[in-house]
Design a protein. Structure first.
Length: 218
């Protein structure tokens, strides 16, 4: 299975969740979303010549305002089997670029078919602009993995809406007067039924590491 086929399956399953329809939340794969808005010229003080550059997204979660207007809420990068240091750096930079254009956007990465390997350390180190990371043992998530995934998506939609409020409605008379903002850290470890004993053996693990231009791939 390719990553595009896998993300399409994830999208189709998300679309079956009726709770999203009530919030006017929809999903799309392969949609090109702007990451750069360049001004080429000005008419007096008004930007006149403009150029919009877009990245293709693996999975886009967006909210419809009406039949024609919508807002991106979450972008999810999908990666199967392994992820390299180069992948982590590239995806995190894409997240930063998209957020420069959509400052209320939330961004995450979903790993599939990872067997019993956890989230790789290189994602923690180089994924500075990810708001969440998930790793599934197989292509098809367990009930617990899917439930956690849905919880994260619902939470991230809410966070996106809150960010939009505080960024673009700060001068509104009816705005909420927040006095605390705290970015918490949440981690979860699933119980492993049949762990791979080799992954705890440094010598075996070192021999199993594949490298692509010096990038670890486990």
């Amino acid at each position: 299975m390719t990553e595009k086929e896998w993300m399409e399956e994830v999208k189709e399953r998300l679309e079956k969740e009726e709770s999203f329809l009530k919030k006017k939340i929809f999903f799309s794969t392969g949609k090109r979303v702007p990451y750069s808005f360049e001004v080429l010229s000005y008419l007096n003080d008004k930007p006149e010549g403009k150029k919009i550059i877009r990245y293709e997204t693996d999975l886009l979660v967006f909210q419809k305002i009406d039949n024609e207007n919508w807002k991106p809420r979450i972008i999810i990068e999908g990666k199967i089997n392994s992820v390299t240091t180069h992948d982590a750096i590239t995806y995190s930079q894409k997240a930063s670029s998209h957020k420069n254009v959509h400052p209320y956007l939330r961004y995450g990465i979903l790993l599939g078919n990872r067997k019993h390997y956890p989230l790789p350390g290189r994602l923690y180190r180089h994924g500075a602009y990810f708001d969440f990371m998930l790793s599934w043992k197989a292509f098809e998530p367990t009930e617990e993995e899917w439930r956690d995934f849905l919880d994260i998506i619902n939470n991230e939609i809410e966070y996106s809406e809150q960010l939009e409020e505080i960024l673009f409605h700060s001068h509104s008379k009816n705005r909420k007067h927040y006095t605390i903002l705290h970015r918490s850290l949440y981690l979860k470890e699933y119980d492993v039924v049949n762990p791979d004993p080799e992954r705890h053996n440094p010598k075996v693990r070192a021999n199993k590491k594949r490298k692509d231009n010096g990038n670890e791939t486990l």
